[in-house]
Design a protein around this ligand. Structure first.
Ligand SMILES: Cc1ncc(C[n+]2csc(CCOP(=O)(O)OP(=O)(O)O)c2C)c(N)n1
Ligand SMILES: CC(=O)[C@@H](O)[C@H](O)COP(=O)(O)O
Ligand SMILES: [Mg+2]
Length: 641
């Protein structure tokens, strides 16, 4: 592991807790911020991690810990990808070089890591609900601590944030919500709320335009539809400009702002004053994502996170250049195939919930803009929106990370599965996700999809099969179809430009054997393929079957396998409970001649962060793990004889 540690500046090096921060004078706060920013840039330039969001809240983080008595005062971060400054100021500076590394600090606030991390995060838009829970608990327990929730403009687009505000507005509990408005989600923020916030932050411009605008509106009345739409948009903007924050006020919040989120002394003063204001209140802070690192300010999407080392002045990548042909990522195979399919079938639509870059749906949004939608951080809406499209005969492909689809599960059940609508779920980041850790692993989708009526549950072993399964899904008219694939690079195989229809429920034989059959589900099967040679050396003849479907199962193939083998191993990069291995066990359970089965998958526990390779090793879900299981199985058989 690279153990490079950034050296903190003279002031930052004296700060090991918020109490130390409180010892510096208000005039020194800008210097603390500069040193904090430098420290983040220095560390992330070597070790990688989320980036732009933490740079954008350096002043806000410093002001919060300066003014509030954390950890007694509860500070709740939303998503938590912006909390690096918070970690550094709350006693984790010296360990910060282990951030997101195996056995190191978590990339997100985590309750077991620090008392300053009041609520575990990773998924967005939970902070107001959690904060309200904490403030109501404070009231009931007759304590007097403060509660502050910090939420981004992207996270604010989610239904959950509005559910929380709707409730907070009538609870009358003291709660400060800070809206960190940088006009960005991971990609540019979208939606009507985004436009509303833009109107607030451009108040002065609109005030100046007011008189002209009324004159123009008169002119527009006689104009066409396009002009009228423009006029009504401008009128809405004007209304917002005249009464900024009215949306939040009407939800029962006292609204303050917008204020400059990079003036730390002013922020500290504002926060100090707001302590005297009771009830639910919202401070609207305007910041720049990537603030203080010019390349990140220029290209905010690229610098949302950095995976490889970079020059901390120019931002140029320091990753070793390779002459090898680049291997496509699964997300790109998905997006390219979707575009190919959509060009041939005009009923196909694509939907992403605020992950155009992450899912590569951006490609379709650029090539076929009228049929590709970014609906914001709104997984629930994305699923039901797709269901609505499907009722009208369209063929929606909903690309959502496996972990984020958990947010839209009732919609998958109630709006898609029960109505048997032909929505295609493309679940990216399935299996262990890597450095993002437990909140982001996609370990539950096989179980949560398999238990639903009507849903096909599939996983390709490689990019060729991903293309073919997508093609199959595009032609499958009987109901919902799910396809899971992991984060990162595909196999690099030569891919046929032709699509092939795979009958749902049909697996394939990769290798025949005699002693043990390995039944794999998804890309984890490539580890099994690697294990075959080593098993041969160990004197074990293993067959390998890429089952492709956890539902419907290839029962014909399963019957063949049970006739031929006494021992089978099933393997999946997912929770064992209710997954593919369970499906096979259930199928065999009433067969007299059932084989002895080992189910390889993720045990009933939380899997922490690390590289995918490290985590697969820890879980025993790699070639070595398969070899070990196979040997154990054969030993057990021999000892029984
Ligand atoms: C439920 C859920 N969906 C999607 C994501 C992926 N995601 C992480 S950060 C982010 C953008 C958040 O934007 P914002 O709250 O404005 O924070 P910023 O990065 O701009 O500081 C998204 C979409 C997530 N973490 N949780
Ligand atoms: C914080 C968050 O949810 C995203 O930034 C996530 O970390 C992206 O993951 P990928 O890097 O796999 O797209
Ligand atoms: Mg934002």
């Amino acid at each position: 592991m690279n153990n490079y540690k950034a050296v903190p500046g003279p002031l930052l090096s004296t700060i090991n807790s918020p109490d130390d921060l409180k010892k510096v004078s208000a005039d020194q706060l800008p210097q603390v911020c500069q040193e904090l920013r430098d420290f983040i840039i220095d560390t992330v330039s070597v070790h990688g991690g989320h980036f732009g969001a933490s740079l954008g809240v350096v002043e806000l983080t410093t002001a919060l810990h300066y003014v509030y008595d954390t950890p007694e005062d509860q500070l709740v971060w939303d998503v938590g990808h912006q909390a690096y400054g918070h970690k550094i100021l709350t006693g984790r500076r010296d360990d910060f070089h282990t951030n997101r590394k195996y056995l190191g600090l978590s990339g997100f606030p985590k309750r077991t890591e620090s008392p300053y991390d009041t609520f575990g995060v990773g998924h967005s838009s939970t902070s107001i609900s959690a904060g309200l829970g904490m403030s109501v608990a404070r009231d009931l327990l007759q304590k007097n601590n403060e509660v502050v929730a910090v939420i981004g403009d992207g996270a604010m687009t989610a239904g959950m944030a509005f559910e929380a505000m709707n409730n907070a507005g009538v609870q009358n509990s003291d709660l400060l919500v800070i809206l960190n408005d940088n006009r960005m989600s991971i990609d540019p923020n979208v939606g009507a709320l985004n436009e509303y916030l833009a109107d607030i932050t451009t108040t002065q411009t609109f005030n100046k335009m007011r008189d002209d605008l009324y004159n123009m509106l008169g002119y527009f009345k006689g104009a066409g539809e396009k002009m009228r739409k423009m006029a009504s948009r401008m009128e809405a903007a004007l209304t917002t400009a005249l009464t900024p924050g009215s949306l939040f006020r009407s939800l029962g919040f006292k609204y303050y702002g917008p204020v400059d989120g990079h003036n730390v002394k002013n922020l500290a003063r504002q926060l100090h004053d707001l302590k005297k204001v009771s009830g639910p209140k919202l401070l609207h802070v305007v910041t720049v994502k990537g603030k203080g690192f010019a390349p990140a300010e220029r290209d905010q999407v690229k610098w949302h996170a950095s995976g490889s080392p970079f020059d901390k002045v120019t931002g140029n990548s320091l990753a070793k250049k390779s002459n090898d042909k680049p291997v496509p990522k699964y997300q790109d195979v998905f997006a390219d195939s979707l575009i190919e399919l959509a060009k041939k079938n005009e009923l196909i639509t694509g939907i992403t919930a605020a992950m155009p870059s992450g899912t590569s749906m951006l490609k379709m949004m650029e090539e076929i803009p009228d049929r590709a939608f970014d609906v914001g951080i709104a997984e629930q809406h994305a699923v039901t929106f797709a269901a609505g499209l499907a009722t009208q005969g369209l063929k929606p492909f909903v690309a959502i990370y496996s972990t984020f689809l958990q947010r839209g599960y009732d919609q998958v059940v109630h709006d898609v599965a029960i109505q048997n609508l032909p929505v295609v779920f493309c679940m990216d980041r399935a299996g262990v996700a890597g450095a993002d850790g437990p909140t982001h692993h996609g370990l539950f989708d096989v179980s949560y999809m398999r238990c639903l009526p009507n849903v096909v549950v599939s996983a390709p072993m490689d990019e060729q099969d991903l293309r073919n399964l997508m093609y199959t899904a595009s032609r499958y008219g009987e109901g919902p179809f799910s396809i899971r694939y992991p984060r990162g690079a595909a196999t690099g195989m030569k891919v046929s430009p032709e699509f092939e229809y795979i009958t749902p429920g049909k697996g394939r034989t990769i290798a025949e054997g005699e002693d043990i059959a390995i039944l794999s589900f998804g890309t984890i099967g490539n580890y099994a393929a690697e294990a075959l040679d080593e098993l041969k050396i160990a004197g074990i003849s293993a067959g390998l079957y890429d089952m492709r479907f956890a539902k419907p199962l290839d029962t014909e193939l399963l019957d063949d396998i049970s006739r031929k083998y006494r021992h089978i191993i099933t393997i999946e990069d997912a929770a064992r409970f209710g997954g593919f291995g369970s499906a096979v066990a259930e199928y065999y359970s009433d067969k007299e001649d059932r084989p002895v089965q080992v189910i390889m998958g993720v045990e009933d526990r939380v899997v922490e962060h690390g590289t995918q390779k490290e985590l697969h090793r820890e879980l025993g879900l790699d070639a070595q793990g398969i070899v070990e299981q196979a040997k154990l199985l054969m030993e057990k058989q021999t000892s029984r004889l």
